[in-house]
Design a protein around this ligand. Structure first.
Ligand SMILES: [Zn+2]
Length: 318
């Protein structure tokens, strides 16, 4: 197996510095599946980059039997350098700009280069690595079915998700500018992995993510199983069920929020999940779970304003 490091050129800056995206590739001598890992599309979601580093280190030690693994470890260097979600100079969300446009905005041009680079390799599967809030648990996310998508690619993605030893969630809305949506529309299986907390590297969550990706590569016959893989104490799949993503409840008050449940916990309908207090300590409201669900995560700040959804759930439907 060989590893290659290269760059995809994005643009020349005002200071004439060439801006480019790093590309990592592991290549076996034998032909086989082509798997992509993309990370740091949102600049503060940094853990996917560490996952890719750890995965490539493991590939160097254990080898790759067939095929190729490509990755963009840092898709949004401007967001990363400024610790923000968006492409900083234009404040665009890169994951709303696919498939991109060579004559469009800065982020649309970046998206087009990324998208074309991925398509050029004839990918078998693309895993787009993201992170939610500081307090959140890892889960795999499938795009909702949409008639613009390839049924075969969507079914295959669903199959891949069902093999992942992690919480499995179906997104509640179609995001037509996302990377995964546009790959699925081109007939390429694609999943989003939300791998827990953003901003910093949560080591157990990253180890968990490496194991999930390794298992996929193992199923594809690309790598050997790991003897005694580490198993961090993170939420197991809900009986292999596909949960439905839901944000909420929405507050009607402003104040300080105190949570009563933890990410990864299963809550029942109407279970109290958080309380809102005013600055004198008077309780204004008790928020309740909308349905039986897994708590996926909650807001990074203690402050709430009216109209803010405070939590994310994976609804467990009977
Ligand atoms: Zn993200």
């Amino acid at each position: 197996m060989k590893t290659h490091y290269s760059f995809l050129r994005i643009l020349t800056g005002a200071d004439l510095a060439i801006r480019r995206l790093p590309v990592m590739r592991a290549e076996s001598d034998r032909p086989g599946p082509v798997v992509w890992l993309t990370a740091c599309m949102h600049g503060e979601e940094v853990g996917g980059m560490a996952l890719i580093h750890d995965l490539f280190n493991r590939l160097r030690k254990n080898g790759l039997h067939k095929g190729q693994i490509y990755s963009f470890p840092l898709m949004n260097p401007w967001g990363f350098e400024t610790m923000g979600r968006n492409v900083h100079p234009t404040q665009e969300d890169l994951n709303r700009c696919f498939p991109g446009n060579p004559h469009g905005t800065l982020a649309e041009r970046m998206a087009q280069k990324v998208f074309d680079a991925i398509l050029d390799t004839g990918p078998s599967l693309v895993l787009d690595l993201h992170h939610d809030w500081v307090r959140s648990v890892p889960y795999g996310l499938l795009d909702p079915w949409h008639d613009k998508l390839s049924r075969t690619a969507w079914e295959e993605s669903r199959q891949w998700l069902s093999h992942c030893d992690m919480l499995q969630v179906s997104d509640h809305e179609t995001i037509s500018g996302s990377l995964t949506h546009n790959l699925l529309a081109r007939g390429i299986p694609a999943l989003t992995f939300e791998l827990g907390e953003s901003f910093r590297i949560n080591e157990p969550q990253i180890r968990f993510g490496v194991e999930v990706v390794w298992k996929i590569l193992e199923r594809l016959g690309m790598v050997d199983p790991m003897p005694n893989p580490p198993r961090p104490p993170l939420p197991r799949p809900c009986d292999g069920r596909l949960l439905e993503y839901a944000g909420g409840p929405v507050t009607a008050e402003a104040g300080i929020i105190r949570y009563q449940v933890l990410p990864g916990e299963i809550v029942r309908k109407n279970q109290p999940i958080a309380r809102i207090y005013n600055s004198f300590g008077k309780q204004l409201k008790t928020l309740k779970a909308p349905a039986k669900a897994v708590v996926l995560g909650y807001r990074d700040y203690a402050m709430v304003f009216p109209g803010m959804p405070v939590m994310a759930f994976g609804l467990i439907k009977d």
